[in-house]
Design a binder for this molecule. Sequence first.
Ligand SMILES: Cc1ncc(COP(=O)(O)O)c(C=O)c1O
Length: 477
Amino acid sequence: MSEAADALARLRALQAADLPVHGGRTLAYVYDSGLAEVDRAGREAVAAYAGSNGLDPTAFPSLLRMENELVGFAADLLDGPDTVVGTVTSGGTESVLLAVQAARDARPEVDRPTMVIPSTAHAAFHKAAHYFGVEARVVEVGADFRADVAASAAAIDERTVLVVASAPSYAHGVVDPVAGLAALAAARGVRCHVDACIGGWVLPYAARQGRAVPAWTFAVDGVTSISVDLHKYGYAPKGTSLLLHRTPQLRRPQFFASAAWPGYTMLNSTMQSTKSGGPLAGAWTVLQTLGDRGYAALAADVFTAVDRIVAGVAAIEHLDVLAAPDSTLVALSTDETCDVFTVCDEMLARGWFVQPQMAFGRSPRTVHLSVSAATLPAVPDLLDALAASVAAAVAAGPVQVDAAVAELIAALDPAALTPEDFDGLLAASGLVGEDADGALALPARMAEVNAMLEIASPALREALLVTFLDRLTRPER
Ligand SMILES: Cc1ncc(COP(=O)(O)O)c(C=O)c1O
């Protein structure tokens, strides 16, 4: 066997431990069209452009052309006026980071800038706050898990550089009242960003197909920028999102140039400088292959799946849909006799990956489902697995956190803990252990670990998980 063939065989063997990206049974992280031909075309394009460099659009003009075509398609999809411009980024988080950075840098006169975000906004906004020194003014959402316009109005002041809305929010799958938020931002001369990373490519088709979707695109006055990911419901290979601005002037502060060194003048539209042309070429190829008609058909499938899941869940005792979904994300809650985290473990044992979401603010624990078009034929299986998992969770009873451990966690101050304390806590939490060879081992079932993490304060949970990540990422020599 040649070395290359050997390396590829080892690669495939390693990959066998990962969650499946096809088959529609992984209901977070991946988005599956179920169309093998589309997938193959996207992957071929990634491979063909893996060595191309998006750093310089004059050196690789094909990448520039593909970027402008992708943005053009998105501008039409999102009701953009003729002035709309956009940029391909590496993912939703980069699009969000750049929207916040541009909003901050457009207002250099503002000392200690703030942004007003609903409590359900994606964590990427907290990352942006952390990276760029923009204070996040978090406004609690209403009982329907949508942004509270009146409370948001009260949170805007002369230091506010950005108001944020989600279309939809990741955790609950509902669209914020974008028209209300954008109007109050515009009245105060503030930018309004709509984070449609997860819904932006599918909601326009839902609206065209007659589903009730509240207005959220550039058709809404006052919306100044929109993020939308191709690597989610664009069904493109991982690594592409778009950030669109209503005008070139709004985008201007996002760009960066530096001639302050002896090499080439660095000129970047995104956070990366050298960047693979692969993801952009992959997304462009998937878009060309599917086109408007292909996306419409996939949207019809995914919404049929969502409707069947919602109807099927209504027939499962102890299980509920938390909020009627506006898009393709479904959050499921349980009654007190059924432990959500156990349901997630039981689903995994039945070949379904669903994502546990911890209680936060007014939101109870939930099971998150990001439904894909490929899930449609498997919906009856999914509902059977949910019914069986709920029954197993009810039979198993509540997950108990040891009272002494709970007391210890409640008393801990994450800022005062040493690395050794964290190692001890990680071991006590069951998050990491060691196998017979002394290697790091992860637990097979997560319900107890999740229950323990949930009672930790968000700050302690963050600190524990950062320690966990540090332990995971150690060189193999
Ligand atoms: C609404 C929303 N915004 C931003 C992001 C971040 O996207 P990414 O994981 O591609 O960085 C996500 C991811 O799920 C999302 O759902």
